[in-house]
Design a binder for this molecule. Structure first.
Ligand code: AMP
Length: 126
């Protein structure tokens, strides 16, 4: 069920529980700004989610309300995950869903990192 990308943060969302260690994840990277783990329903041979440690619902909430250090640290972490997984050649795609029309399901900001096969040119579903 898609969620709104703005509004009060729900600390019972699944990624908040992963951050608190209440439910497991298949971790691939972590630092002070971000945690990255494999998506439970991968849509490409490599499908990793990168999430900030701070409680923000969406990219809109994160960029409006996180500190500059948190924003820089997070986006650098996204690129670091891709580099660590050796995805820079032949390449990868990053994507974030914000709000209902994008189909955002988890109300904790996350970037999808997709790779492992040619991903095609289509960005918009019909
Ligand atoms: P979005 O639609 O952008 O909110 O994407 C949410 C993503 O979270 C989906 O790709 C789900 O497969 C993934 N997901 C949901 N629960 C878990 C979980 N417990 N561990 C890993 N990935 C999850």
């Amino acid at each position: 069920m898609p969620v709104k990308g703005l509004g009060p943060y729900d600390d019972q969302n699944v990624f908040a529980k992963i951050l608190r260690g209440e439910i497991p994840c298949h971790k691939v990277f972590e630092n002070e700004w971000a945690l990255a783990f494999h998506d439970i329903a991968p849509q490409a041979p490599i499908h990793v989610l990168v999430i900030p440690r701070t409680p923000h619902i969406s990219i809109a909430d994160f960029t409006a309300n996180a500190s500059d250090a948190e924003i820089a640290g997070f986006f650098k972490a996204v690129a670091s995950v891709a580099k660590q997984l050796e995805l820079e050649t032949p390449g990868y795609r990053t994507l974030t869903n914000m709000g209902e029309h994008a189909g955002q399901e988890v109300p904790h900001f996350h970037v999808h990192l997709l790779a492992g096969r040619p991903l095609g040119g289509r960005l918009v579903a019909s």
